[in-house]
Design a protein around this ligand. Structure first.
Ligand SMILES: C[S@@+](CC[C@H](N)C(=O)[O-])C[C@H]1O[C@@H](n2cnc3c(N)ncnc32)[C@H](O)[C@@H]1O
Length: 334
């Protein structure tokens, strides 16, 4: 860090409210109104302090619909802030009181998230009842991911963050993107409850994901494609986020005839054939496609089959994509 920026960072952090703010946003992503409630100071005052922290590169502001969340920055300023916060004695009475009020804020979030779920419980359950149990699908996804550590993970259309909860423990850092602030609020609550500190959530469109290119070793698109008017474009965007040798996992329904999902649940596509998604993946420049199907258990008529497609960015292996893409198909039933 240059002398100028180190001095600017130290100056910004060198004030009691700003130091408390850094400690708080080091624990959780928080809105101005949450920080106002925790610190017991006026909104303009808290906003002014936050602005100084952002200008000095210690904190960053992430817009999400009508809300904005503050967290420690990613770059060297954020690293300085983390160093400073790590030096604070956790038993300091000011910090103890701040943490207690932070816990109350988190509890309020958890209650809100639970109320949202309770309202929609019937919807979730009726969709779940249509396909093989979630645990089987999740076990198959995790088996395909394997146990190799992941540097950077991206979950597109993260919804309530379930895929992040499962796979982020394998990753150094993980990003979840969704267009819906309500879903992101649920994801935020779930991630906090899981104690995952390596996850960031961002509001954004799957067609223009707010993420770096060539940066992720694993991208997941789980039960999102059937909502989209242009699934091929979403896959092409996901492929751009992959680093060489990175993997893309797509999970969706196999083509089905449950028309009511269109009217009642805004599904645009009644699932996809294996070939359709394979074509999206190879058109996006990926190859080595493997698929796995999770078939309805015997005695469960009308249940949908869930399919998993795994493809790889082959830039390290070959300059040109192979003419014939090697494919492997497996299927399981309960
Ligand atoms: C059925 S949920 C699946 C969530 C999550 N992947 C999971 O499986 O638990 C579909 C998610 O896709 C998100 N979504 C739909 N269209 C999107 C778009 N164009 N950009 C980003 N997210 C989108 C919705 O907001 C919703 O959270």
């Amino acid at each position: 860090m240059g002398v100028e920026s180190l001095l600017a960072g130290l100056e910004a952090a060198g004030e009691i409210t700003r130091l408390r703010l850094l400690a708080l946003i080091g624990e959780a992503e928080l809105t101005v109104s949450e920080l106002v409630a925790i610190l017991g100071q006026s909104q303009p005052r808290v906003s002014r302090h936050l602005k100084l922290l952002v200008e000095a590169g210690l904190a960053e502001r992430q817009r999400e619909g009508a809300w904005a969340f503050f967290r420690l920055a990613d770059g060297p300023g954020g690293a300085l802030a983390r160093d400073l916060v790590a030096r604070l004695a956790p038993a300091d009475p000011i910090l103890v009181a701040d943490r207690a009020r932070l816990e109350m804020t988190r509890e309020a979030r958890r209650r809100q998230a639970a109320a949202y779920f309770a309202e929609r419980a019937a919807d979730w359950d009726s969709i779940r009842a249509l396909h093989a149990p979630e645990e089987r699908v999740e076990a198959a996804v995790m088996a395909m991911i394997g146990e190799k550590p992941i540097r950077a993970l991206l979950d597109l259309g993260t919804g309530t963050g379930r895929m992040l909860e499962l796979a982020a423990p394998l990753a150094e850092r993980a990003i979840g993107v969704d267009q819906s602030p309500a879903m992101l609020a649920l994801a935020r609550s779930r991630i906090e409850q899981s104690g995952l500190h390596n996850v960031q959530l961002r509001q954004g469109d799957i067609y223009a994901p707010p993420v770096e290119r060539d940066a992720y070793d694993l991208v997941i698109i789980h039960q999102v494609l059937h909502f989209l008017d242009d699934p091929a474009r979403a896959i092409a965007e996901a492929a751009r986020a992959l680093r060489p040798e990175g993997r893309l996992i797509v999970v969706d329904f196999l083509a089905h005839d449950q028309e009511f999902l269109r009217e009642d649940f805004a599904h645009r596509h009644l699932g996809f054939t294996i070939r359709e998604v394979e074509a999206f993946l190879t058109d996006a420049g990926l190859s080595s496609v493997q698929t796995h199907q999770i078939l309805p258990a015997p005695g469960e008529p009308g249940k949908l089959t869930v399919a998993i497609w795994l493809a790889r960015d082959m830039r390290f292996f070959t300059a040109e994509p192979p003419a014939e893409t090697p494919t492997r198909h497996t299927a399981e039933i309960a």
